[in-house]
Ligand binder design. Structure first.
Ligand SMILES: Nc1ncnc2c1ncn2[C@@H]1O[C@H](COP(=O)(O)OP(=O)(O)OP(=O)(O)O)[C@@H](O)[C@H]1O
Ligand SMILES: [Mg+2]
Length: 226
């Protein structure tokens, strides 16, 4: 039925936390297959485990049980430095709480992944300016996070996730802080990049209109697919 390549194969992933001496499973035996150019929206109530699962898919956290294969390779077999390199090259991550670095400007935050990868400063700044302009922030390039609104900071974090042209974008409520016009710009950008560059999208969103644009919508409840 699907002749596209399998990018992510999530096999029976469980994530447990210790709380008051007891084990609590917040993600419970999740399976998921993500194909190249897939666009998946993850829905679910607060506390359902959406961010936990997204962090595991983004190699920012590890499953307690089960595994995640990327193009057939078990990610748990990579060393921390291999994993960091893989993540930087392949994955763009938009955090629910954007995590910008306060002592750097908008443009400096956006190009940070390129600086870490020792890429050309000139090229990175050019691309960073382009992305920020596309996101309506051309007048905020030299502002620090404390000088920007929540929605502006969120757009900076989105530009940072896209700066290295990832293959896979994982975004945790990327339009949560935005007015409808700016939310629309983000949505359109994500789907344009999917068409133009073959970006694969996995997005957590509570926004019904945004969710309706995704061909695949999956709902989590108490750590399991509904
Ligand atoms: N580090 C942690 N230690 C203990 N419990 C945790 C930890 N991180 C998350 N949890 C618990 O795991 C559950 C799922 O959290 P998660 O952040 O994945 O939910 P979510 O679906 O993203 O919710 P929201 O819509 O509010 O962002 C919650 O009950 C949360 O309290
Ligand atoms: Mg969350």
């Amino acid at each position: 039925m699907n002749n596209q390549r399998l990018l992510l194969d999530v096999k029976c992933v469980t994530r447990s936390y210790q709380r008051d001496g007891a084990n609590m499973d917040v993600v419970k035996g999740i399976d998921l297959q993500v194909w190249e150019r897939d666009a998946i929206c993850i829905l679910g109530a607060s506390g359902a485990g959406k961010s936990t699962l997204l962090h595991i898919l983004g190699t920012l956290d590890k499953p307690t049980l089960g595994k995640v294969l990327y193009e057939g390779v078990d990610l748990s077999r990579k060393s921390p430095s291999e994993l960091a390199e893989f993540r930087g090259k392949t994955i763009g991550f938009v955090f629910q709480f954007h995590h910008l670095l306060p002592e750097f400007t908008a443009l400096e935050n956006v190009i940070m992944p390129c600086r870490i990868a020792k890429m050309s400063l000139k090229d990175s700044e050019y691309k960073g300016r382009q992305l920020l302009t596309r996101l309506g922030l051309e007048h905020r390039l030299d502002h620090y996070p404390s000088q920007m609104s929540g929605g502006e900071q969120q757009r900076v974090a989105i530009a940072r996730a896209l700066i290295r042209s990832p293959r896979l974008l994982l975004a945790d409520e990327p339009t949560g802080n935005l007015d409808s016009a700016n939310a629309q710009i983000i949505q359109d950008l994500f789907f344009q990049l999917k068409e133009e560059e073959g970006l694969t999208l996995i997005v957590v969103s509570h926004d019904r209109q945004f969710a309706s644009r995704f061909p695949r919508r999956l709902e989590l409840k108490d750590g399991m697919w509904v």
